[in-house]
Design a protein around this ligand. Structure first.
Ligand SMILES: Nc1ncnc2c1ncn2[C@@H]1O[C@H](COP(=O)(O)OP(=O)(O)OP(=O)(O)O)[C@@H](O)[C@H]1O
Length: 256
């Protein structure tokens, strides 16, 4: 039997007396986009930091194509084909934006024998185009606005050619037009297609996002965390009707 594509199995993480993630299990299929939502402090960031090897779970396992990620360092996890916008939060601020993305392609996974600067630059440019900031390629990263920094993070993660991409609030800081453009790009990325030179296969994704209406349009499935526990999982249509989810969000003002 083939191993599931990506699987989080009974994972828990405690900070002192606080159980930030409590016995959470879920899976992501190939070319599936899963939205990860929940009120502030629900444990979403802690969960994805564990997936990326930035912190270790106290319990449970996280497997990508059958391999245990919890024993690996972040760079090893990226080499396996999982990348997120979490390990990239600090760009090299004096380097041009394109150089920041090119650095992401220097790992074993993407800097193939014979691939040299021109080709790395071309792939980095494609990642910047996807993220919508190719016109800023030669600006130093220190000149970027918050929204554009977010797009740089996406480009850097994408440049590693992930099979599973984890996006942390990709629409944060973007206006409605930019949000719509990025949402379209995310859908295309799932299929492969136009970004086929960057990705021969479609990409699976886990997307944390507070802009729920926009998120609902691009995901196949949503999982909901509250107080560290998984309280619901289903299609967007099922999730908006789920009593526990409605209750978790009442008065939280996050359904903008
Ligand atoms: N390093 C840490 N040390 C102590 N407590 C932490 C740490 N990281 C997170 N927490 C706590 O764990 C809980 C879950 O936080 P987490 O950041 O994972 O939530 P979140 O769902 O991502 O929230 P938000 O939507 O606000 O980003 C919170 O109560 C938070 O204060």
């Amino acid at each position: 039997m083939t191993a599931p594509f990506f699987e989080v199995h009974h994972v828990s993480k405690r900070f002192g007396g606080l159980v930030a993630v409590n016995n959470v299990s879920f899976s992501v299929g190939e070319q599936e986009i899963v939205g990860l939502i929940g009120p502030n402090g629900a444990g979403k960031t802690t969960l994805v930091r564990m997936i990326m090897g930035l912190i270790k779970p106290d319990q449970g396992s996280i497997r990508f194509k059958g391999e245990e990620l919890t024993r690996m360092k972040t760079w090893e996890i990226v080499e396996k084909g999982v990348a997120g916008t979490f390990q990239n939060t600090r760009p090299f601020s004096r380097l041009p934006i394109i150089a920041n993305v090119m650095v992401s392609r220097l790992g074993k996974r993407t800097a193939k024998k014979g691939e040299w600067v021109k080709s790395i630059e071309a792939k980095a440019m494609e990642a910047l185009e996807f993220a919508g900031i190719s016109d800023l390629a030669l600006e130093p990263a220190s000149h970027l606005s918050q929204g554009d920094l977010k797009r740089l993070e996406i480009a850097r993660a994408l440049a590693t050619e992930p099979e599973l991409l984890i996006l942390d609030e990709p629409f944060g800081g973007l206006n409605p037009t930019e949000t719509e453009l990025l949402a379209k790009s995310i859908k295309r990325l799932k299929k492969g297609g136009r970004f086929g030179r960057l990705h021969s296969e479609g990409v699976s994704m886990i997307i944390i996002e507070h802009k729920l209406q926009e998120l609902m349009k691009i995901v196949d499935r949503i999982i909901v965390l509250q107080y560290g526990q998984l309280i619901a999982s289903g299609t967007p249509e099922e999730i908006v009707r789920d009593e526990r989810v409605i209750e978790a969000y009442i008065g939280k003002g996050v359904t903008s």
